[in-house]
Write a protein that binds this ligand. Structure first.
Ligand SMILES: [Ca+2]
Ligand SMILES: [Ca+2]
Length: 381
């Protein structure tokens, strides 16, 4: 497909100012800069398929991670670097956030966000917190679930299933090891109030995001494979996560690679192989099924996946957003590049995508924790 390179000329959205200056603002209070958003420092060359357009929805955020759209239509973003969730309204619907408001504060490394039945749920390192509007300045969220402290992978992801239950993933303490803590390298499920927690699936080294198939409700999660087995092993995984499933780590990777340290012959037997293997070291961190009407029909039902990009591969890989075609509730082909250009020709990194969110209007938002930007992708007929 012919691809269109778009040079992003960032519109001035207000007087130049810096996001760090907005740290410490209280929920519900106006941002210190008088309601303006920072302007991105420089234009970037990013590439989307022909017919699509990309623009900057927000800039200057402090390690923006996962995102959710609230019942008020605003975008809520976990700012991991600021230990909080910010609210980004776009009241005039011009595709640019009008302002940044500190909304929910005081959580260690806020990463996961989800709205469920009128309340905001946040996955922070030490637990899952709930904020029920109206959220007052400085209000502490209600901690629903205690989670193991920092050590190894420290992001916590939370989503609600169509069954109304709360699903939480936590990565391992290590690259590869046998975990003592049963909540590590696993998915747990809870009632919406945090009670009744139990192990749902394990052998998941670091499933940083997962999504429920829009028709079947099946859970598809990406898993970040272990390091130090070479540039192209083991693959990053897309798993269909079933109740009671063992997804292999630390003994088996990619469905058929027996771990040289922890595995033994037969270690892959009885484990769930991935439904799709992807390039090693891509670092998938965000997923979103597309159910909107804005994108062309070919994108309906596809799973968008962000690849944060490699950190220790001899040649860099990832640094892009791909889409995986789905048919009859299963992947129906390899990932196809959708948003590229974060890794430029001279191996220069100009962004690292994390969160992927389809908004109610059918656009796709991509957070980038390297630049602090949120990009918005639309399709123009
Ligand atoms: Ca706006
Ligand atoms: Ca696996």
């Amino acid at each position: 497909m012919r691809r269109l390179t778009l040079v992003l000329i960032l519109a001035m959205v207000g007087a130049a100012c810096s996001a760090p200056g907005s740290r410490g603002a209280q929920p519900g209070s106006p941002p210190p800069e008088g309601g303006t958003l920072p302007v991105a420092a420089s234009p970037r060359g990013l590439t989307v398929p022909d017919g699509f357009a990309i623009s900057v929805f927000a800039a200057g955020l402090d390690f923006p991670r996962h995102m959710a759209q609230g019942p008020d239509g605003a975008i809520y973003v976990a700012e991991r670097g600021a230990n909080r969730v910010v609210r980004l309204p776009d009241a005039n619907a011009d595709g640019v956030a009008d302002k940044v408001e500190s909304y929910a504060t005081g959580m260690e490394a806020a990463h996961g966000v989800e709205w469920h039945e009128g309340a905001l749920y946040v996955g922070a390192t030490d637990g899952i917190y709930r904020f029920t509007p109206p959220v007052k300045a400085g209000e502490k969220g209600r901690k629903l679930v205690d989670l193991p402290p920092r050590g190894g992978h420290y992001t916590r992801t939370v989503h609600f299933g169509p069954d109304g239950r709360m699903y939480v993933t936590i990565g391992s303490t290590c690259n590869v090891c046998v975990e003592e803590e049963p909540r590590r390298a696993a998915m747990w499920v809870y009632n919406a109030d945090g009670t009744g927690g139990r192990l749902f699936a394990d052998g998941l080294r670091n499933t940083v995001d997962f999504a429920f198939h829009p028709q079947t409700g099946a859970i598809f999660g990406v898993d970040n494979g272990r390091d130090s087995l070479g540039d192209d092993r083991p693959p990053e995984e897309l798993n269909l996560i079933r109740d009671g499933g063992d997804y292999g780590w630390p003994v088996c990777h990619g469905g058929d690679i027996i771990d040289p340290q922890f595995g033994k012959p037969g270690s892959c037997a009885g484990t769930e192989p991935p439904v799709l293997n992807m390039q090693a070291h891509s670092a998938p961190l965000g997923v979103q099924f597309y159910t909107g009407s804005m994108f062309p029909a070919a994108y309906q039902g596809r799973l968008f996946i962000s690849f944060h990009g490699s950190w220790n591969r001899s040649e860099k890989t990832g640094y892009k957003v791909v889409s995986v075609p789905f048919k009859d509730g299963r992947p129906a082909g390899p990932p196809e590049d959708f948003l590229t250009g974060f890794l430029q020709g001279d191996n220069t990194v100009v962004g690292r995508p994390v969160g992927v969110l389809q908004t109610q209007d059918g656009a796709l938002l991509i957070s980038d924790d390297n630049t602090g930007n949120i990009y918005r992708i639309t399709f123009r007929k």
